[in-house]
Structure formats: structure tokens, C-alpha cells
Design a protein around this ligand. Structure first.
Ligand SMILES: [Fe+2]
Length: 306
């Protein structure tokens, strides 16, 4: 295994094999877009809509229409009222929507295989669906609010990079990518407060915005923030990856343990195995109804695969 370090040049070079063998759109060095075809994009969009509508039907015990292109606008308040969504927009599987989540993960798996990304990674995590609201709230002032410029290394993410695909909703509710100039040695450590991260580099240089319909890989060196311009909901999926060509980044994890499963195991999900949910939507509602979401951010789904 090659030795890869933490500097910009080193991080730029770990994506050489991806540059050579995948169909890429924009390449910003530590932020690269993998093109998806229309079939891949549609399959992911339909699975996401199914996952969200099933959750609405179960929680509110009424029928929300499928195939409504404006469902993120028409059902906005109901969606934001669901208990399985965190202030950063992560929309977790529960007993009622776990079947639809597993179907979505199997489509994510096929997409990773078809694009060739699978050959470049050693391990990855099951996907997090995110429903991000374009309107700001007081919760965006929290220590770990994603509207603050941050690296996912600071929230304890494992591996080398995140892969995000925006698929539905308002394109103005976007994500911005920045390159840190003049990084300190501790840049990759886990931090309790994203604002402390501004001491870990001199200044950020703008790279670009999230493009819909492609898989954007962004290295843990890449700074980013959610853009909220008073728009509508945006739905995306993301997962972290560890490349095959790298050694694990040596970092202070702040006591968190967020290892990946090997890729062979994740690939079976939705086919030979499935993710199980540990609680119902109602149980989740009871657990969080008085929560002010002021604790330290965690970045992982603790569900069981069997
Ligand atoms: Fe992030």
C-alpha cells in the first residue's frame, strides 16, 4: 500500500486512478464529479420519493399521493414535521420505512458498481438520506450546523471522502465547496465546534457548488457548507468512502468509533441482507420531542445489518 499524507498535493493524487478510469465531470482536485446516466438518476429519484412518501403515510396515517412532481413543495410542512429528520436534514430509516431504505441502498450499490467507483474503494458506509430545508432556523446557529464552513473530518467521519448526490428539490438549497489554504497538522482531528476549525487553516479558496444528478466526491480536506437562500427542500444522499490506495488518515477521533463495513458486506444490502431498524417513528418522536439538539454532532446510523 502506498503512503499517502495530508497535504493538498497528496490528497490531490489519491484520486489519480478515479481520474483515469471513471467518467468525470468537473474535477477540482479534492472535489470531483462522477457523471450518472438518466436511468441511474431516475432510479435513485424514484426510490427516494418512495422512501419519503412511505414515511409520511405511516406517521400521519393518511395517503400522500405518489408521482406528484411538487411533493416537496405541497407536503413541505408535513415532511419537516417528521420525527426521523435531524436539524442537519439527515432522514433516518425506522421500522415503517426500512424496506424502502433497503431498496434505496441496493440502487446506490448498483450505481457504485456501474460507474466503476467500487473498484477504487476499500470500504464505504450505508447511505444517509438528507432533506435540507432552504430556510434558516435558530438551529443553524448550533456548534455543528452544516451551514458553517467545515470539513467532515471534524464530525468524525472515517476514511478519505464523502460522496454526495443531490437528486430532488430546490437547486438553490445547495452546498458550496472550498479548498483550505495553509492547513495546520491538526486539520483532520474531530472537533466539538465547527467554529474552532477556522484556526486550522489560513483562508478558504472557492471551488464550486453542488451539481444535481452526479455523484460528487469531496475529500475530507475539502471545506463545505450548506447554502440556505430562503428556498425549498433539497433531497440528497451521501456516504463516506475509504479509497483502496490509501492508508487510514491518522487522526484524533475524539473517542468516536465510526468504522465502515468492508465493501463486500455493504454490497449485499438490499439483496442478500438488509439493514434493520431499531425503533418505530412514534418511538423516535417520543425520544426527541424535548431534545434541543445542542449535543455534539454524530455522523453515523447505528443500525444493524443481518
Ligand atoms: Fe459536511
Amino acid at each position: 500500500m502506498r503512503q499517502w499524507g495530508k497535504t493538498y498535493q497528496r490528497r490531490f493524487h489519491i484520486y489519480e486512478d478515479i481520474r483515469k478510469s471513471l467518467d468525470l465531470g468537473t474535477d477540482n482536485g479534492i472535489q470531483l464529479e462522477i457523471n450518472l446516466n438518466r436511468d441511474q438518476e431516475c432510479s435513485l429519484q424514484m426510490a427516494l420519493e418512495n422512501y419519503i412518501i412511505t414515511t409520511l403515510n405511516s406517521f400521519y396515517d393518511k395517503k400522500f399521493k405518489k408521482g406528484n412532481n411538487n411533493f416537496l413543495i405541497d407536503y413541505r410542512d408535513d415532511i419537516l414535521g417528521l420525527p426521523n429528520r435531524t436539524p442537519n436534514g439527515a432522514f433516518y430509516p425506522k421500522k415503517e420505512n426500512i424496506k424502502e431504505y433497503n431498496i434505496l441502498q441496493s440502487i446506490v450499490n448498483s450505481t457504485i458498481v456501474e460507474t466503476g467507483l467500487i473498484d477504487q474503494i476499500e470500504s464505504y458506509d450505508i447511505c444517509t438520506v438528507r432533506i435540507v430545508d432552504g430556510k434558516r432556523t435558530d438551529l443553524d446557529k448550533r456548534n455543528s450546523a452544516t451551514v458553517k464552513l467545515h470539513s467532515d473530518a471534524w464530525s468524525g467521519q472515517y476514511g478519505d471522502a464523502m460522496v454526495t448526490t443531490a437528486l430532488l428539490g430546490d437547486e438553490t438549497t445547495s452546498l458550496e465547496f472550498w479548498k483550505p489554504i495553509g492547513m495546520r497538522d491538526e486539520f483532520y482531528d474531530t472537533l466539538p465546534n465547527y467554529e474552532d476549525g477556522t484556526n486550522l487553516y489560513d483562508y478558504p479558496e472557492y471551488l464550486g457548488k453542488l451539481k444535481f444528478g452526479c455523484m460528487t466526491i469531496f475529500d475530507h480536506q475539502c471545506l463545505h457548507r450548506t447554502l440556505k437562500e430562503d428556498g425549498g427542500l433539497r433531497v440528497s444522499i451521501d456516504f463516506s468512502i475509504k479509497l483502496a490506495c490509501t492508508e487510514l488518515l491518522d487522526k484524533n477521533t475524539g473517542g468516536r468509533n465510526v468504522k465502515h463495513r468492508p465493501k463486500e458486506e455493504v454490497l449485499k444490502i438490499g439483496d442478500k441482507t438488509s439493514v434493520e431498524a431499531s425503533e418505530t417513528l412514534q418511538e423516535c418522536y417520543e425520544r426527541f420531542k424535548n431534545d434541543k439538539y445542542d449535543g455534539v454532532a454524530t455522523s453515523h446510523i447505528n443500525d444493524i445489518v443481518s
